[in-house]
Ligand binder design. Structure first.
Ligand code: MG
Length: 373
């Protein structure tokens, strides 16, 4: 089963104030859409972002499949569904770009319900009394059986694609399109935090909700080993340390930088160096390790995080690391674009035990912490 999320963000709505469409306005220092995209990462196999062609420069940093929106929301969704046709996607979640705080359980409930139903969508029961009227109350309405609809609205892919292609237009949402085509749509529990940002006051409420969720901290660890070979020094954490031997590896074999890079990828749950720079690919043969580390830090920024701190431990009998620690921290700081006070490099021996004790190679451990930018 392959699941895609379509995030619909082509609207021009500026009721929240300012000249910038609301999905591009800042929420807690980042565009609303960056929050929305992050909410789906890790919960679906692929994400398609539907944007207005004018917004392409704003979206350049997202590194996602992008589709241009149409004249109506339905046309935008149809464009994204068409882009996914033939890709093996079996389920799709269609979500408003302006709902950045969709909680993970809401996404999970929609997906679970799709096991039983062609469509499923979150909603909250109406609890306030309902009135009819203008300046004055002219009557009341029965709220029994009424719901406030939210997104993501989930569907089996083939069913919603066919329904959208056949629908005459002007549907309120994708649930209406599915029901028009005769499909049942299950209601799953929505969440008050899953608000749609429309007015300036909604942004203030969303910021308060984000604060209440507390710090978003991600930890990662990395480990690497390289064997000694003939040479006149070892590259360790960006510094060539004079030694009677070198480290063996198809790049500069900077074991400390490799462990640190893997720790950062680990914190993002984005694999390791081998995934991003396959050793089988000749273009990375002999590539300098700082390219890997810089890429990992670029991913940190792209995902909306920053490095809080990192700590590297080199395990070897020789060469002695102590005299080079300051230079190593400075070298890493330069590559990573962070202050050296956030970087620790230290060393230990293994008391002459094991492969490091026999001076067959050097091992390195690294940990890092990322926090929301
Ligand atoms: Mg390595």
């Amino acid at each position: 089963m392959t699941t895609a999320a379509i995030i619909v963000a082509a609207g021009r709505g500026t009721r929240a104030g300012g000249d910038v469409p609301k999905q591009w306005q800042l929420l807690a220092g980042r565009p609303v859409l960056a929050h929305t995209i992050d909410a789906f990462r890790g919960h679906v196999d692929r994400i398609v972002l539907v944007i207005h062609p004018d917004d392409r420069p704003r979206a350049a940093g997202f590194d996602l499949h992008m589709v241009s929106g149409g004249a109506t929301r339905a046309e935008s969704v149809r464009n994204a569904l068409t882009a996914l046709e033939g890709t093996g996607v079996t389920r799709v979640l269609i979500h408003d770009g302006a709902r950045p705080l969709v909680p993970v359980p809401v996404i999970a409930e929609v997906l679970k319900a799709l096991d039983q139903s062609v469509g499923a969508a979150p909603a909250l029961p109406v609890t306030d009394a309902l009135w009819r009227g203008g300046a004055q109350v002219e009557g009341t309405a029965n709220r029994d059986g009424l719901w406030r609809a939210q997104t993501p609205q989930g569907f089996r892919f083939d069913a919603i694609l066919a329904a959208h292609r056949a629908h005459p237009g002007h549907a309120a949402d994708d649930v209406e399109v599915a029901r028009w085509a005769g499909h049942s749509v299950a209601i799953v529990p929505g969440d008050e935090d899953n608000l749609k940002l429309t007015f300036a006051a909604d942004f203030a409420r969303a910021e308060a909700i984000l604060k209440g969720r507390g710090m978003d901290i991600r930890l990662g660890n990395g480990f690497d080993v390289h064997a000694f070979t003939e040479g006149d020094g070892c590259w360790l954490c960006g510094v060539k340390v004079p030694h009677g031997r070198a480290l063996l590896g198809h790049s500069d074999a900077d074991v400390g930088m490799h462990a640190l890079t893997d720790a950062i990828y680990g914190a993002l749950a984005e694999g390791d160096i081998g995934v991003h720079f396959p050793p089988s690919d000749p273009q990375w043969k002999g590539a300098a390790s700082h390219i890997f580390l810089r890429h990992a830090m670029d991913r940190v920024a792209a995902r909306g995080y920053r490095l809080a701190n990192c700590d590297v431990t080199l395990i070897c009998e020789r060469p002695k690391v102590g005299p080079h620690q300051a230079a190593m921290r400075a070298a890493l700081a330069g590559i990573m674009g962070v202050d050296a006070s956030r970087i620790s490099v230290k060393a230990t021996t293994s008391e002459r035990l094991g492969f490091t004790g026999r001076e067959e190679g050097i091992a390195a451990l690294a940990t890092c912490a990322l926090v929301r930018a």
